[in-house]
Every structure is written in structure tokens, then in C-alpha cells.
Design a protein around this ligand. Structure first.
Ligand code: PMT
Length: 407
């Protein structure tokens, strides 16, 4: 087994400063602090006095295990008011009020959040939350433009029901969206796949029998979605062609939904026209009903069986002319190595990721996967059971080695 350190946590070893300003949505910042920590980050919270009216600093201290600074004159550490800014690998302000955006746009340092934003050289992500009229006001929009031009990133605000009871743009983005935007921002700054276009397929296909029935399989899409997220986290522009799965679209990823192999083929032909790599984690059906019925197939009273003629589907990856680095998967229940080795040249792959889908914790629907990678030069690499996110990084490490130099 090759020596490697699994990359399980997307924010491992990063120091994230979370700025919290005064909005009713402050309660969501507590969940954000907790989820950032679960993602591997060290989280340090700074708050405005207005935010401390909505939620206690003690809540954040308990969730992060670190002191929370509200009053910049009360900081325990010498020069703490700027030291927090220097420690940051990234700063997230969530919620960011209209007042906060105005302070940042004008370089004010009247509270610990604005001061830290002014003093840091780390990338800044703002998650605004406010009344929709305040968000739409020309003063706020000008501040947003100024901040964007300076390279500050935004996530939201989202449309929806506001605390006032009105509906409009002003809701704080959801925690997974904020963390997705942060991961994308960090990837775009330092990731080793910056400027690359990675295409990933995920999930199974539904091949219609009639208007209400289909032939499908057990693919949940998790493996492909994990690869898409990991590629985004490394700075790539990602197109995710997804079969019918129940997963939310990760932030910052271009998703194309398809139902059938025929639709997946068209979507991938378009997506791979300019891609640096194509990673086929999807489980497209090898066969489809040859004559799908226009109306629901009815059961006759004395009918004991039904014969369905199946037609072979195109092999998508084999039909794609290029796409850059070509990676396939092999889902097997026996003779893993033999079948994987046969598919490698047949589908013109640089390498194939073989998984025994009958092994516990591996394959369809699981959070984990155990894979063996077969390369076109004969190398074979075996890995232990890992999270699908960690497997995704192993695949991307090998994709990166094969990429053509950037023009
Ligand atoms: O989605 P999850 O629940 O997370 O499960 C993950 C997974 C088990 C689906 C994934 O790890 C996996 O193994 N995907 C490939 C499934 C598959 O179709 O394997 P295969 O051995 O039948 O196909 C070999 C390769 O050809 C695959 O890359 C497949 O995407 C591709 N293929 C298959 C059929 C077809 N008509 N066109 C293709 O391009």
C-alpha cells in the first residue's frame, strides 16, 4: 500500500476567524462555528456588541473552545486586536449586516469585526443578512460592488421569508452553503487545480419502461459528488453531470441533471469539449428497455410473466473522444482485478478505480469506499477503507500528475 495521509476533513489545520454582527440570524452562526470545527478548522470568534445582544459569547466559547472577543479594549492578549487578524487563514463574517458592509467598504474599524477585517490579509467571505429593502438600497449595493472589486467574496443573501415577515433577498445563506463557499474561496487562492476544468459524472440512470416505471440501480451519487467537492476545494471549475440522486448541489459546482444514458452522453460530450479531466463515477445502465411503452403497462388478469426486450446502451466513456485525463471506475462483485484490467484499454483510460461493491462499507450508498487503482502503465495501488472524500483526493492527486501543462 502506498504511503499517504488521508485527507478526510476539508478544513483540516486551518485557522478560521468567524466574525458575527448583529442580526436575528445570529443563532445560525452558532451552528456554523460548530460545523467549521467539525470540518477540522480552529475557529476563533469575534463579535460586535450588537451581535452579543442576540447571542451570548459564551455559546461560541463553548462551541469553539476559544475565548471570544467582543470589546477590543478588553482583549486578554497584548495586541490581540490585530493578532486575531494575523492568525487567520480566512475570515468569514456571518451574518454580515448592512452596517458591517458599510464599515468594511469604507475601511472603518469601529468594532472588533470591522477592525479584524481591515487588519487581515487573509481572504474574506461575507454572508449578508438583512431586511430586503436594506439589501437593495443603492448605498448597500455600492458597498457590495466596492468590496467585490477588492476581492471580497460573497455567499447570499438568499431569497425567502425574512424576520419581518416579508419575502425577498436578505436571508442568511444556509450553513452548508457558507462552508462550501469558504472551501471554494480557499481552493481558488491556493488549490493545485486552479484554472482546471474537471468533469465528474455521478449517480445511476433511469431507463424508462413506461411513463411511470424505469430500470435503475443503487448508486446514490455520493462518490461522484465527493470527487466534485474535492476538485472544487482544490480550485478547479467543476461540471457535475448527475443522474437522479437525492443530493443537494454543492456550492460553486455547475450541475447538469440527466435521467438516461442517452442524456448523460450528450451532457458529457458538451462538458468535456474543453475539460482537463473526466472522472466517470456514475453507474450508467448497460441496457435500456428496447421499446418503452407510451402508456402505463397494464397487467392482464391471467398474466403470470412479462418479457422485456433490452437494447444495449452506448458505452459513454468509450464514446467520448477526449476530455483530458480519463478516469473510469469498475464496480465489481468478483474478479475485481481481471475485470478492471480489461476495462482500462477498452475505455481508453489513464487509470481505473476499482471497488468491490459487495464488500462491507464499499460501493453503492455508503459514506466510505475501499478502492484499488489500476494504471495504464501497469502500476497497481491498493488502499484501505476510507471516506469517499479521502478517496476523491487520492484520485485527484493522480489526475494532477497526468495533467497537460496549462497554456
Ligand atoms: O454513487 P454511490 O452510491 O456513491 O456509489 C459509487 C459507485 C459504486 C457507483 C462508484 O464507486 C462506481 O463504481 N461507479 C462505476 C459504476 C459502473 O457503472 O461501473 P462499470 O464497471 O459497470 O463501468 C465501468 C466504467 O464505465 C465506469 O466508469 C462507468 O461510469 C462507465 N460506463 C458504464 C456503462 C456505460 N454505458 N457507460 C459508461 O461510461
Amino acid at each position: 500500500m502506498p504511503a499517504f495521509t488521508p485527507r478526510d476533513l476539508p478544513l483540516q489545520d486551518l485557522h478560521i476567524v468567524l466574525g458575527v454582527t448583529g442580526s436575528i440570524s445570529c443563532y445560525k452562526a452558532a451552528d456554523l462555528a460548530s460545523k467549521l470545527r467539525q470540518a477540522g478548522a480552529a475557529v476563533e470568534v469575534v463579535m460586535t456588541p450588537a451581535a452579543a445582544q442576540f447571542i451570548s459569547p459564551l455559546t461560541f466559547r463553548s462551541l469553539t473552545g476559544r475565548d471570544v472577543i467582543v470589546d477590543m479594549f478588553q482583549a486578554a492578549e497584548a495586541e490581540a486586536h490585530v493578532e486575531v487578524a494575523r492568525r487567520a487563514d480566512a475570515m468569514v463574517i456571518a451574518p454580515a449586516t448592512a452596517d458591517c458592509l458599510a464599515s468594511l467598504a469604507h475601511g472603518l474599524a469601529g468594532d472588533m469585526v470591522a477592525l479584524t477585517a481591515l487588519a487581515t490579509r487573509a481572504p474574506i467571505l461575507l454572508a449578508p443578512a438583512m431586511d430586503n429593502h436594506m439589501w437593495e438600497h443603492p448605498a448597500t449595493q455600492e458597498n457590495v460592488l466596492t468590496l467585490r472589486e477588492r476581492g471580497v467574496a460573497f455567499v447570499g443573501p438568499m431569497e425567502g421569508r425574512l424576520a419581518s415577515g416579508r419575502t425577498g433577498a436578505g436571508r442568511l445563506a444556509e450553513v452548508p452553503q457558507i462552508i462550501g463557499a469558504l472551501r471554494q474561496l480557499l481552493g481558488q487562492r491556493t488549490g493545485d487545480l486552479r484554472g482546471r476544468h474537471i468533469v465528474v459524472s455521478a449517480g445511476g440512470t433511469h431507463e424508462p419502461l413506461d411513463p411511470v416505471r424505469f430500470i435503475g440501480n443503487r448508486s446514490s451519487g455520493r462518490m461522484g459528488f465527493a470527487i466534485a467537492e474535492a476538485a472544487r476545494d482544490r480550485g478547479a471549475f467543476v461540471t457535475l453531470v448527475a443522474g437522479p440522486v437525492a443530493l443537494e448541489t454543492p456550492w460553486g459546482i455547475q450541475r447538469v441533471d440527466i435521467q438516461t444514458v442517452a442524456e448523460m452522453l450528450v451532457a458529457l460530450e458538451q462538458a468535456t469539449a474543453d475539460s482537463d479531466a473526466i472522472i466517470m463515477a456514475a453507474a450508467p445502465a448497460d441496457f435500456r428497455p428496447a421499446h418503452p411503452a407510451d402508456h402505463k403497462i397494464k397487467k392482464a388478469p391471467d398474466q403470470s410473466s412479462l418479457t422485456i426486450e433490452l437494447a444495449q446502451n452506448p458505452d459513454i466513456i468509450a464514446s467520448l473522444p477526449g476530455g483530458g485525463v480519463r478516469v473510469g471506475f469498475a464496480a465489481e462483485t468478483r474478479n475485481l482485478a481481471d475485470y478492471a484490467r480489461q476495462k482500462l484499454p477498452a475505455k481508453r483510460l489513464h487509470f481505473i478505480v476499482a471497488n468491490d461493491v459487495s464488500a462491507p462499507g464499499s460501493g453503492f450508498g455508503t459514506e466510505t469506499n475501499q478502492v484499488v487503482i489500476f494504471h495504464d502503465d501497469g502500476r497497481v495501488e491498493e488502499f484501505p477503507l476510507l471516506s469517499k472524500y479521502a478517496v476523491a483526493h487520492l484520485i485527484l492527486d493522480r489526475v494532477r500528475e497526468r495533467l497537460q501543462p496549462q497554456s
